[in-house]
Design a protein around this ligand. Sequence first.
Ligand code: MG
Length: 384
Amino acid sequence: MRPKNVVILGSTGSIGINTLKVIERLPDKFNVVGLTAYNNFRLLERQIRKYSPSHVAVSAKGVSYLKRHVSTLRTRILNVEEGLERIVTLKSVDIVVIAMRGSAALNPFLSAVRAGKTIAPANKEALVMAGDIIIKEARRYQAKIIPIDSEQSAIFQCLEGRKRIDLRKIILTASGGVLLNVSKSRFDCLTVRQILNHPRWKMGKKITVDSATLMNKGFEIIEAKVLFRLSMDQIQVVIHPEAIIHSMAEFNDGSIIAQLSVTDMRLPIQYALTYPERLGPGLRSVNFIELGQFHFMKPDVNKFPSLALAIYAGRCGGTLPSVLNAADEVAVEAFLNHRIKFSDIYRIAERVVYRHKAVKDPLLRQIWQADQWARRETEQLILQ
Ligand code: MG
């Protein structure tokens, strides 16, 4: 079989870098045809030299830098503003890995879907904002979506080859984040750096803060709901600090199928790229004897109200999830810039969510309007 042509949106972030590591281990299976980044154009330059993609996209500053430094190479350098959608729809592309974060992934995600590509999203925002539209369009254009997020990949694997009618519920596991064993009264004493020190996963800043508040798990509930066509009542969250069980599916007879592995994003990434094959050399095995035991706990929604807020937004649906997503994005950014305290992230997001008049079954335009409205509201609350 010919190698598959892969585009990576956000190739300089943690998922993007891991995707390139997976591809490096399977050089006869994949070609890198497109890479995109925002500001890290020096790393992008090194990636261009190594993988010589036919197209790249980067911020305006990056375009002029790359045109000066890699002009001799046969790589077309585009501006991210219009380049992302152009790259994902190139005829040669088979798989689009969406490793970039934020709502900016929504439009290229939809373009890839409408071009009938296989999409491997690690990005949550697009599915949280417009999951129903994405899934509907994917069916219409026969685009395959194989998630990379470890929990969604686990569920995808647990449901493979089984009858959906037999499914009772799914159980999303959560490591619990950096604040699992920190009392709530101490939250605002912690520095940004302490919050960013996640015990199990090495990730970008935004998602690490979202893991600390459990908003990340809340987004994953909404994401799972749309990806696997579930009701909110069919999704349970369990804290599992060892982060070895990546999620589970429970069937009507009471049987539970779980997906386990060492904590390493290269596994779900590789599975999405090589699906339905499982290729070696794999990662190391889980050493159960060394682990000794697994722990499970109920998430504490009094301590982590963001989880309950996300469930509320997921239940209401419509434009509310996109409002929550936008409010959280702006509030987390403000926290990272030392403009607000840690607990303000929730306080502000909650106020924006309750102020919003949700639109049911929104059009894409209405989703973007809600997103813009929420960003303005959040910014105003930050300034107060
Ligand atoms: Mg996850």
